[in-house]
Design a protein around this ligand. Structure first.
Ligand code: HEC
Length: 123
């Protein structure tokens, strides 16, 4: 009987610990999601000043952009490109897309790539 009780205590204590742990993980996950990091905030700002005139504030394409046939940055076609490919296109340009390697730092370009990734989630 006492043996049984002790076992119950162990099970009870582990359940509490497990719940605490789960709660903590969810809490941390929500903080991480709420703060995507300075990289993304800077990327968003750069996007608005350098890219939105053609790609629109949400990546869907501005009026000017649509007349140039810009691809929707939220689309699968663009999102399936790797980070390296996106960075390369932003640096060197492509078709009607201007090259930015002279006007943006590597950090800024990486920030833009992170920002483009967040556009997909908002769809
Ligand atoms: C002058 C208008 C213009 C500006 C400014 C501009 N783009 Fe583009 N962008 C284009 C056009 C046009 C294309 C389509 C190029 C093609 O496929 O021929 C494009 C394509 C792209 C693509 C997708 C390429 C692919 O292969 O699907 C990405 C990613 C992109 N732009 C990111 C950016 C970012 C980031 C900025 C800001 C640093 C930016 N663009 C600024 C016009 C622009």
């Amino acid at each position: 009987m006492t043996q049984d009780k002790a076992e119950h205590h162990v099970i009870f204590a582990s359940t509490i610990l497990l719940l605490l742990f789960l709660g903590l993980s969810l809490f941390v996950a929500s903080i991480v999601r709420a703060n995507p990091g300075p990289d993304t905030a800077a990327g968003k700002a750069t996007f608005q000043t350098k890219c939105a005139m053609c790609h629109g504030p949400d990546g869907g394409g501005s009026e000017v952009g649509k007349s140039m046939n810009v691809p929707d940055l939220r689309s699968q076609a663009v999102q399936k490109l790797s980070d390296a490919e996106l960075a390369q296109i932003i640096s060197n340009g492509k078709g009607g897309m201007p090259a930015f390697k002279d006007s943006l730092s590597e950090d800024q370009i990486h920030g833009l790539v992170s920002h483009i990734r967040t556009l997909r989630q908002k769809k």
